[in-house]
Design a protein around this ligand. Structure first.
Ligand SMILES: [Zn+2]
Length: 471
């Protein structure tokens, strides 16, 4: 029989549409139960407050992260998870020391700085040098060695979205070292500042370039130096950083499960990262992501729902400065990754939930992804299936499904062929406090967290229970 192209299209759409409608109809009662239960529960919100106040910030390798790991084991058990255990991972310990910076000329100003994670310290006694202010890598390239050698480079780059601006923090030190700079400062990568510098990791280029110390300065101080430079004033600055890097200390991912009733070997993984920067309380980044996923598992359990597949909650270690938790998890579980039907991560704060992003590449949350033409059909089919779940999330205004990054921790797992899902949040206020000492529990809005938990619980439960998969 010969069919026209249109007839083929219609024929292939009919069963899909019927199944799809059936899927959201079928899971409507479960979703309603999950949402109702979550909006009534303060449990995960209260637990996060306890983690923030009793443990506080928890950089990889620190005693506080060890305390957080022990706390998380107890929390998972108390929340009704099974098979709760830790999986050993070795991590670096970047230890902040005394940090001071001030301008000497045109006059003395104490500067608000935070050394960048993994930075080398300054030589004993600090560095005193002239500052050259640039607004982009191109501007520095134009100045070349003649304009940069022996100086401290300040990248005063306005925030144009995290993905667009963060390269100055990550790669700025080595790019400046190439021209002989003695240190690199970067305007805080954040959308707002109350003289609150934003730290974060840097990555040194290969071993050929000298490693120079690098720190973030507050937006207030950075723009001040930009104005001074514009007036033609000579800026001389003293920078003193006494941090140290201790390699390879023991740490762990924390794991717990709701074991599937019919296909226990098939897994929906979900989680966040338990480590944080060493300032503030690591509330939005990413204590809340951990507690959104654990909270979701608890709500499923509390609502009396038993998925056919296993839901596995993982709190990863060392996302911020190495991602050893994410790569270590992938390496340790390589043999079973073929049975994973999805990996979901929440790592962009607690703003109102908007929906989910679908990732087949293993990219971080803030990356824009271009799907290669060869994978387009697969991606479109999975996105179409995901979109059929949107009606279940509409009561939460969380029905937006699109292609996008999943998360740094799940990235290595996703790059092995496991469909990745990122939780989309409104990040308007996230970038204001991200990686600063202002990332504290008081900024967590309870109703937003309850809705985040509900959306993740609905998604995880349906993916773990439905007939097909996103693969
Ligand atoms: Zn994070």
């Amino acid at each position: 029989m010969h069919l026209t192209a249109q007839a083929v299209l219609v024929a292939s759409l009919i069963p899909f549409t019927t199944n799809a409608q059936g899927l959201s109809e079928r899971y409507k009662p479960a979703a309603a139960r999950i949402i109702g239960t979550s909006l009534q529960s303060s449990r995960a919100f209260d637990q996060l407050g306890e983690l923030c106040d009793a443990v506080g910030n928890r950089i990889s390798g620190s005693e506080r992260l060890d305390q957080a790991i022990a706390w998380a084991v107890k929390a998972m058990k108390a929340d009704g998870l099974e098979n709760v255990h830790t999986e050993k991972i070795r991590v670096p310990y970047w230890k902040r020391g005394t940090e001071k910076a001030w301008t000497i000329s045109p006059q003395r100003h104490e500067l608000s700085i935070l050394g960048l994670g993994m930075s080398v310290p300054t030589p004993k006694g600090g560095i005193t040098a002239d500052v050259v202010v640039v607004g982009s890598f191109e501007e520095m390239d134009h100045l070349g060695e003649a304009g940069v050698k022996g100086k401290i480079v300040l990248y005063d780059v306005p925030f144009a979205g995290y993905g667009a601006t963060v390269s100055y923090r990550v790669f700025g030190a080595s790019r400046a070292a190439k021209y002989g700079a003695v240190a690199a400062l970067v305007r805080s990568v954040g959308s707002l500042s109350f003289d609150t510098p934003h730290t974060g990791t840097l990555v040194y280029d290969d071993e050929k370039l000298p490693k120079i110390p690098s720190a973030a300065v507050s937006i207030e101080n950075s723009t001040m130096m930009r104005r001074m430079a514009k007036r033609g004033e000579r800026i001389q600055l003293h920078l003193d950083m006494e941090n140290e890097l201790i390699p390879d200390l023991p740490s762990a991912n924390v794991v717990g499960e709701i074991v599937g009733t019919e296909k226990p070997n098939e897994v929906v993984l979900m989680g966040g990262h338990l480590d944080s920067w060493d300032v503030g309380q690591g509330a939005q980044d990413d204590g809340v992501g951990c507690m959104i996923t654990l909270g979701a598992a608890h709500i499923i359990h509390q609502a009396g729902l038993k998925p056919k597949r296993t839901i596995r909650v993982v709190f990863f270690t060392n996302e911020e400065n190495g991602n050893h938790g994410g790569t270590g998890y992938r390496d340790a579980h390589k043999a079973e990754l073929g049975n994973f039907v999805a990996a979901l991560e929440s790592d962009s704060g607690n703003g109102p939930v908007k929906g989910f992003t679908l990732d087949f590449h293993g990219e971080g949350r803030n990356k824009t992804i271009t799907t290669p033409p060869g994978e387009k059909a697969k991606a479109e089919k999975s996105l179409a299936l995901l979109t059929t779940l949107a009606p279940l999330l509409e009561p939460l205004d969380a029905g937006k499904m699109e292609m996008g990054g999943g998360g740094t921790d799940i990235g290595p797992t996703v790059s092995e062929g496991v469909p990745g899902l990122g939780v989309s949040h409104d990040t308007t206020h996230y970038w204001e406090i991200h990686h600063t000492k202002a990332d504290t529990f008081d900024k967590i809005i309870k109703l937003d967290m309850q809705k985040n938990i509900a959306a993740v619980a609905v998604m995880a439960f349906v993916l773990a229970d439905m007939e097909g998969t996103l693969k």
